[in-house]
Design a protein around this ligand. Structure first.
Ligand SMILES: Nc1ncnc2c1ncn2[C@@H]1O[C@H](COP(=O)(O)OP(=O)(O)O)[C@@H](O)[C@H]1O
Ligand SMILES: [Mg+2]
Length: 139
């Protein structure tokens, strides 16, 4: 995958407002590369979920953004990274309704469904990295 623009943007997640900033930034990038109307909301929602998890479970972290191009198609890549406690059982965390935070447990599985590509890597005591991509349908 080739970056369209060399510089990678990021939004530090340390407080509630940062979730909104990350959400808006990702949405704007997706719009720039031609991600369509309804999909913009899906991207924004997925970003909100992973950013909220950073704040809630790791306390702080960051969301990085980059644009990619593959086979003539453009995409926005969102990487949510923290160096928090990590997830003991990632497979379990990816199931609908699993939550250690007394919430709905739909954030991670929801984000996976909302994006085109989704990858999560987590290690106890080291942190969590979620990488997800949305491709623009028009060229
Ligand atoms: N960044 C993270 N760091 C540590 N644990 C996390 C992180 N993100 C998710 N988790 C774990 O995965 C579970 C499922 O996350 P999610 O699907 O967003 O549901 P919810 O946030 O409602 O619990 C969380 O309850 C938590 O145990
Ligand atoms: Mg969540």
């Amino acid at each position: 995958m080739n970056a369209l623009n060399g510089d990678e943007d990021k939004v530090a997640i340390v407080r509630e407002e940062d979730i909104i900033l990350a959400r808006q930034h990702g949405r704007k990038l997706a719009e720039q590369i031609g991600v369509g109307g309804a999909d913009l909301t899906l991207v924004a929602t997925a970003i909100s979920e992973v950013a909220r998890n950073i704040l809630k479970y790791a306390g702080k972290g960051e969301v990085r953004f980059s644009l990619v191009e593959k086979s003539g198609k453009r995409g926005v890549v969102v990487v949510a990274h923290d160096e928090g406690p990590g997830i003991a059982d990632v497979k379990l965390a990816m199931q609908d309704g699993f939550s250690t935070g007394n919430s709905l447990g739909l954030g991670l599985p929801g984000a996976r469904r909302l994006m085109d590509e989704f990858h999560i890597e987590s290690a106890l005591g080291k942190g969590t990295t979620v990488t997800m991509t949305k491709w623009a349908s028009r060229r």
